[in-house]
Design a protein around this ligand. Structure first.
Ligand code: HH2
Length: 275
């Protein structure tokens, strides 16, 4: 039987983030030069990342879409460069089938689609054919408009229903269910109350039967609580990730790998009652 995602990356797994963009909300412009981004990826690996997520299009609230050509120019040299120098698993953060296809050919082995296969009708086929793992994320609206007035009658119920529906769609398209993970999409068409309710009730999402990826790193709701600017939100990020782990979170997408990894390793040891 094929190895499932949770077997391949035992919880708590750490996904380190590299945004090769000028406009990402916390690290925009830091990694636009491919050589700089590759060095940074190696640094994230040394800090203990289990997988590196590379994205070439910001999805922050209000972000403008980028073309396939521009996105390829940003991510492919970084994926090739990192693949040349390291065997660490690479994820591509994209909603475009062509970008996913080329990223996989360049060495990526995981697709992180924040639209959960809704943006590009060819994405499911690309992932199915390559037999790579896939993250399905919940988002209400699109990045340009999602924070205008997000509303839910029951945020956890609606997000769960959506994720199950998308997982069903992915399976129907030929994607192995053992390679699917789900993500409540913290900050994607959600108020601070929606984000906090999703984290508090993450156990309900974890019980849907797919590993749950959690991506709270440096996000705005943490700043609303702590008053800290983006790069100062490390302690807030760690706290939110520990809460998510206690409720069944599996993989943690973070910019600050070392502190999140250390905190989660300790939390996991406490959960086991053994080192
Ligand atoms: N959040 C961001 C980007 N990709 N992928 C998943 N699966 N889940 C998320 O919550 C998620 C994601 C946004 O964060 P970041 O990459 O730091 O910023 P930007 O979108 O501005 O590049």
């Amino acid at each position: 039987m094929a190895v499932t995602l949770a077997e391949r990356f035992p919880a708590p797994a750490i996904m380190g983030v590299i945004n090769v963009t000028p406009d990402s909300f916390s690290d925009g412009g830091d990694n636009l030069q491919p050589e700089v981004a590759v060095e940074y990826g190696l640094e994230l690996e040394r800090a203990g990342a289990d997988i590196i997520d590379i994205g070439g299009e910001s999805t922050r609230p209000g972000a403008e879409p980028v073309t396939v050509k521009r996105e390829l120019q940003r991510v492919i040299p970084v994926i090739e460069g990192l693949r040349e120098r390291s065997a660490i698993p690479i994820s591509v953060d994209t909603m475009k089938a062509e970008v996913a296809r080329r990223a996989i050919a360049a060495g990526a082995g995981f697709v992180n689609d924040v639209t959960a296969l809704r943006h590009d009708p060819e994405m499911a086929g690309v992932v199915a054919e390559a037999r790579v793992p896939l993250c399905l994320m919940h988002m209400q609206g699109t990045p340009r408009t999602m924070q205008n007035d997000p509303r839910y009658a029951d945020v956890v119920g609606e997000v769960s229903e959506f994720l199950l529906e998308r997982a069903g769609y992915a399976e129907a398209a030929g994607i192995d269910p053992g390679l699917i993970c789900i993500d409540p999409g913290i900050g994607f068409g959600k108020t601070i109350e929606h984000n906090l309710t999703l984290l508090r009730d993450l156990g309900r999402i974890a019980r849907l039967g797919f590993p749950v990826l959690v991506a709270v790193s440096r996000k705005r709701f943490l700043g609303q609580i702590t008053g800290q600017a983006e790069k100062q939100r490390v302690a807030g990020t760690v706290a939110a990730n520990l809460e998510a782990f206690r409720r069944g979170g599996w993989m943690f997408r973070v910019h600050d790998v070392a502190p999140n990894r250390e905190a989660l390793l300790v939390a996991a040891a406490v959960a086991r009652g053994a080192p």
